[in-house]
Design a protein around this ligand. Structure first.
Ligand code: 0X9
Ligand code: CA
Ligand code: ZN
Length: 438
């Protein structure tokens, strides 16, 4: 069964005992599972829980002690799954526990990006595009011929780690940058791409959150904003400025929620940094890497209505899925994010797409589900996950070069600022467990 990761279900009723716990997966949270029918009959989809997936008739979620107590109070039977999960998938942690093994910390990434820049003068240029609340730099590596010069070439963005616990999403864009630089002299294909474009790599969009995930709480998702109510974190992938706060299904107004959208569009330094980068160049395509599910998700996230260039989005996604499958058979489903996975509003791809229709995708990397490791990818799998996505990244770069967009800013959209709530009541996110677009 496909993982559904319903984390984006919003909050309808405020006076619910679970909400009193802030919908917050506390640092000492547990993975618990409940029967899907109990989940439905207790209306748990509306409680702002941190949902991971559905499998074999059970819904898996991360719950704080208070939330577990609330489940008991509601007479919902639950199983504690944490030991099984960690046992099945804990190989990603290094022996010394405090650091994240072969995965990058923010400091390790900074070092490696500087090394790439130093070793490839002229082709790589490291930019600081923002600074986080905890004063960490957000880095963007630009790869192009004459990288230090703004030649106004077509640009493509590959970003990772909007969500702190999705460690593999750092490694794939980083390794793509490394691959381009190390193969420039060896591969005609790489040389042609790099010469004709600007390839921008932002491996860690959420450095504060990543450090928190490494050092304090492995399941941390958001940034580390100190919210007014004492909770922490804004979901960076709900804080972008297109259809921000469109409804309470695709994001939450509850500060403690794992899908809290923040106080306003681009209220967070992380989204402001990406916004500044994106608006400063001729971006024609982008991928925002996440994990896990093996999905390629295009706009729109905020509505199940089709995007204006739906056919193009689907064709490009289908080509990428085919290229991934061709490497060693790994199946990535593809389609519109709101239909294939769930509703989101204020996510990165809706905003980048809204500007001028640049093909924009969330790619949920491997594994396919929690039984294959969930957020914990074995260190040994990093290389293979990168290799099977490489042809898709090369293809999207070529696509961007070959497909100019209408003169910007031409908005495909009604508004960037939040408006009044929609008159109609949005449908609950449809979560087909087996309805791939193929
Ligand atoms: O919820 C998200 O931000 C993404 N999934 S994750 O499990 N990595 O958190 C999905 C965003 C893609 N857009 C839509 N599903 N609409
Ligand atoms: Ca150039
Ligand atoms: Zn994510």
């Amino acid at each position: 069964m496909r993982p559904i990761k319903l984390a984006a279900f919003g909050l309808a009723a405020a006076a619910v005992v679970l909400l009193a716990c802030g919908g917050r997966a506390a640092e000492d949270g547990q993975i618990v599972s409940v029967a899907a029918r109990d989940f439905a009959s207790a209306h748990l989809s509306r409680k702002g829980l941190d949902l991971l997936m559905e499998k074999n008739g059970r819904i898996y979620l991360v719950a704080s002690p208070g939330q577990i107590a609330a489940l008991a109070a509601l007479h919902v039977a639950y199983d504690i799954e944490t030991p099984r999960f960690v046992q099945a998938a804990g190989q990603g942690l290094s022996a010394d526990g405090g650091v994240n093994g072969a995965y990058h910390s923010t400091l390790e990434l900074e070092t490696d990006l500087r090394t790439l820049e130093r070793d490839h003068p002229g082709l790589a240029s490291l930019a600081e595009i923002g600074e986080t609340l905890e004063k960490r730099k957000i880095y963007a590596l630009k790869i192009s011929d004459n990288a230090a010069v703004d030649e106004g070439e077509p640009a493509v963005l590959f970003a990772g780690c909007h969500h702190a616990r999705e460690w593999i999403s750092v490694e794939v864009p980083f390794l793509f940058g490394k691959y381009l630089l190390e193969n420039y002299a060896l591969s005609q294909e790489v040389r042609d791409l790099v010469d004709a474009s600007e390839i921008w790599i932002v491996p860690i969009a959420n450095p504060d959150g990543l450090e928190y995930s490494i050092n304090v709480y492995r399941y941390w998702r958001k940034n580390r904003r100190a919210n007014a109510d004492g909770t922490y974190g804004v979901d960076i992938n709900r804080n972008y400025g297109y259809a921000w706060g469109f409804d309470d299904l695709g994001s939450s107004r509850q500060q403690g929620s794992d899908v809290y959208r923040g106080t306003g569009p681009f209220s967070e330094p992380e989204t402001a940094a990406i916004r500044g980068l994106f608006l400063a160049h001729d971006f024609r395509a982008m991928i925002s890497f996440h994990s896990f599910a093996q999905d390629i998700l295009g706009p729109w996230g905020y509505t199940t209505d089709a995007a204006p260039t739906d056919a193009e989005l689907e064709a490009v996604a289908g080509t990428m899925a085919g290229l991934i499958a061709a490497v060693r058979g790994t199946v990535y489903l593809y389609g519109q994010g709101s239909r294939l996975l769930y509703l989101t509003n204020g996510d990165a791809v809706d905003w980048t797409y809204s500007l001028a229709g640049a093909p924009s995708y969330t790619i949920e990397l491997s594994p396919v589900d929690i039984d294959h490791g969930g957020f914990f990818n074995d260190e040994a799998a990093i290389g293979a996950i990168f290799e099977e996505t490489l042809p898709a990244m090369l293809y999207l770069t070529r696509y961007g070069i070959d497909h100019p967009l209408p003169v910007r800013p031409r908005r495909l959209v009604r508004r960037e600022q939040p408006g009044p709530p929609p008159a109609r009541k949005p449908k609950l996110a449809a979560v087909p467990s087996s309805a791939p677009v193929r």
